[in-house]
Design a protein around this ligand. Sequence first.
Ligand code: FE2
Ligand code: FE2
Length: 300
Amino acid sequence: MFGMNGLPLLRMHPRRTEDNGRGGELARPDSDGDGDRRLGGPDRRRMDAPGTTSIRIAAVGDIHCGVEDAGLYREAFLRANAEADVLVLTGDLTRHGLSAEMRVVVGELHDVKIPVVAVLGNHDYEAGEQDEGSTILRGRGIHVLQGDTFLLNEHVGFAGVKGFMGGFGRGTLTAFGEAQTKAFVATALDEVRKLESALRELATPVRVVVLHYAPIAGTVMGEPEVIFPFLGTDRLAEPLDRFQASVVFHGHAHSGSFRGQTAGGVPVFNVALPILRRENSGDSYYLHNVPIERTPASAR
Ligand SMILES: [Fe+2]
Ligand SMILES: [Fe+2]
């Protein structure tokens, strides 16, 4: 969340295989067709419909790793190898943006064998070491997206930017008045432009977007309304709708809402770790299943 230095770190707990804290409820199949399969139980096998295959995305943000946190996340991330095809990190990987903290993050990801896609968050910029932080992540083979794309395969592509703040709807800050105000809005518009360019590049049938800041007001609901403008901006939503993104993951709004959608119906998930803890009773990432139609070309 914006401006929260030294916030209490939520710990990743070992998975409960028999009881997820809700009386042992099993993972439930997608009930509304949008690919949502919450974590929560021992049965996490693929459940693809006949004639389709799917991509399993594990997503989490706002782990806020400190230098003293080595080992806290390693076991949780290790499980992603079996449960997902790709791990998505939505920024605020560190607490203060220190290179030393990012090295701890890389250590926590050491055992992850599936591809990892990440964006940085505002905390990862705090020490002015964001470029070194990106280099450290890339040195581990992590795909750090800053207006870039990553192709998982011929069916699934990723576009990512950090995004920026600025507000939602009629409350969106406009470029009027002082030069500083115009520069602030220009920063947001530059992130929108980078997202637009990345999405334009993606020709895959499944287009996954990774952000740190929220692109809709729906997933910041639950936060104090006075800080909504600092949690994101729906300027980011326009390219999501225009290029018909398949699904969007973001973080930053620690007390926001887990699920929302753009005006055009693109599903948006706020996967900030505190929200996953609240929604999933202690699990460490959100698993999202995106079906891929087995067209003649994709069935090769
Ligand atoms: Fe955060
Ligand atoms: Fe943040």
